[in-house]
Write a protein that binds this ligand. Structure first.
Ligand code: BG6
Length: 475
């Protein structure tokens, strides 16, 4: 019993938070590069402060990140030592197409990922590749306004064709867009959207989302044509919405929040706009403009599996209540009085993980893949750089147990688990370095100082044991 044979254990990362080297290898500039750390970050990632170039006044943590670009061999060796079977990473679009609209790809960029995949192969690690993890070339934002333009579909598919063809012998697991529902909460970071004064933001967001959904379906088609072995998944930020109380108004509000998130997966996994979305988006006047062929495209090419991130559940109160607020993965909700919270105020809810797994599986009846889960915390290394991160072990243990219950007791069909993130990297939400998730400590401080040396934490040895026992030994 327990996890099926062939269950994939590993960890997940994203190019812009991990690689650095953004001015090397012929790489172009992307939206994610110009999201500064500090107080202006939120205005930039939500599209309310237009920043399409770097300035002197801000710090851009992605410039160096934690230098995976130069240290990938060392990092992958460490992943191999932990026994990883899967490593989720994303492609920096602008390494392959620096401006996004070139006819020919940049060989140096292609070569970089090829070397990464070759390194993974040495240790028997299967890459799970996110085609776009919050990644959009700046040049396409300047020329076309990012995903608000339908032209993006062709540029994205050009990228997909290049990747599917070039990496055919290395990669068969693909995700089209990371946390596609984040377009509603961080539209610049998610889709390169900047808003002008007086624009109808919601309309633009749903139009851009539609373009991504069509692009995602066409990517599934292309992936299957190029290699029938390819399996393509969608990816969304999950975490069930609980009603704050059993007051029907709270229950209703929680349902609306869930539907807002599931909308994307409903389209990608079932192949059509759900009726609740058609009704509501039309009523609000934000239903996207579609081409005649779009419904058929969505219908014909649903994803093979559903992947998601789970950090916490959400707790939703009807407007007008007096609940306290809690933080969360880029969106806030009411504070659940039954839970504890991380250093960043995110709720900790392992049973919520089991609930979420069940709800998603009930809804889609497709294989699931947990591609992010973990604890962002402040680590304090000793003089040798070693961190005793018992708090992280405890978070992961509780969540993996809940996941095992979902599989063993509830019958959820789960392909694998990649925790966020095996090696410390830059936070997407805040741009901070001190918010660490890794099994491996990286010597880099908030102000950029540090040797970038890697040191395994206590959780490194613990996770190694979990993997070796296929989730049986979690002590
Ligand atoms: C997800 C993203 O939203 O959560 C990752 O896919 C991100 O890119 C992760 O890093 C954790 O969030 P944060 O804000 O703590 O980095």
């Amino acid at each position: 019993m327990g996890f099926q044979k062939g269950f994939l254990w590993g960890g997940a990362s994203a190019a812009n938070q991990y690689e650095g080297g953004i001015f090397e290898g012929g790489r172009g500039l992307a939206n994610v590069d110009v999201c500064p750390a500090g107080k202006d970050r939120n205005a930039v990632i939500t599209g309310h402060r237009k920043m399409l170039e770097m300035d002197e006044e801000h710090i851009y943590p992605g410039v160096q990140a934690v230098d995976f670009y130069h240290r990938f061999r060392e990092d992958i060796r460490l992943l191999g030592e932990m026994g990883f079977q899967a490593f989720r990473l994303s492609i920096a679009w602008t390494r392959i197409f620096p401006n996004g609209d070139e006819e020919e790809p940049n060989e140096e960029g292609l070569r970089f990922y090829e070397e990464v995949f070759q390194e993974c192969r040495k240790y028997g690690i299967q890459p799970l590749v996110t085609i776009s993890h919050f990644d959009c070339p700046i040049s396409l934002i300047k020329k076309y306004g990012g995903w608000r333009s339908r032209k993006m579909i062709d540029f994205y598919l050009r990228l997909c064709r290049t990747l599917f063809t070039r990496y055919k012998e290395y990669v068969t697991l693909w995700l089209t867009f990371n946390e596609i529902n984040m377009i509603l909460h961080a539209p610049f970071m998610g889709a390169g959207l900047c808003f002008e004064e007086g624009e109808e933001e919601e309309k633009i967001k749903y139009q851009a989302a539609h373009h991504e959904l069509v692009a995602s379906a066409l990517a599934v088609k292309l992936a299957h044509e190029i290699n029938p072995e390819n399996k393509v998944g969608c990816m969304f930020a999950a975490g069930s919405a609980y009603p704050y109380t059993c007051k029907p108004e709270d229950v209703w509000e929680a349902l609306l929040v869930d539907q807002e998130n599931y909308f994307f997966v409903d389209v990608q996994a079932r192949g059509y706009y759900p009726t609740y979305a058609v009704k509501r988006l039309k009523k609000k006047g934000v239903f996207p403009v579609m081409e005649e062929k779009d419904p058929q495209i969505l219908r014909n090419y649903p994803v093979d599996f559903v992947s998601f991130s789970y950090y916490n559940s959400r707790c939703i109160a009807a407007p007008g209540g007096n609940s306290e607020e809690a933080e969360g993965n880029l969106f806030k909700s009411a504070k659940n009085p039954y839970l504890t919270f991380s250093d960043w105020g995110w709720p900790i809810d392992p049973l919520g993980f089991r609930i979420t797994l069940n709800q998603i599986y009930d809804r889609y009846q497709k294989p699931l893949f947990v591609v992010e889960n973990g604890l962002g915390a402040v680590d304090t290394p000793d003089e040798r750089g070693y961190v005793e991160d018992d708090y992280r072990i405890s978070y992961l243990r509780d969540h993996i147990r809940a996941m095992r219950d979902a599989v063993e007791e509830d019958g959820v069909d789960l392909m694998g688990y990649t925790s966020w993130a095996p090696v410390d990297l830059i936070s997407a939400g805040s741009g901070e370095m001190r918010k660490r998730y890794g099994f491996v400590y990286v010597d880099k401080q908030e102000d950029g100082r540090g040797t970038l040396d890697r040191t395994p934490k206590k959780s490194f040895y613990w996770y190694k044991k979990v993997i070796a026992s296929n989730g049986e030994d979690m002590d």
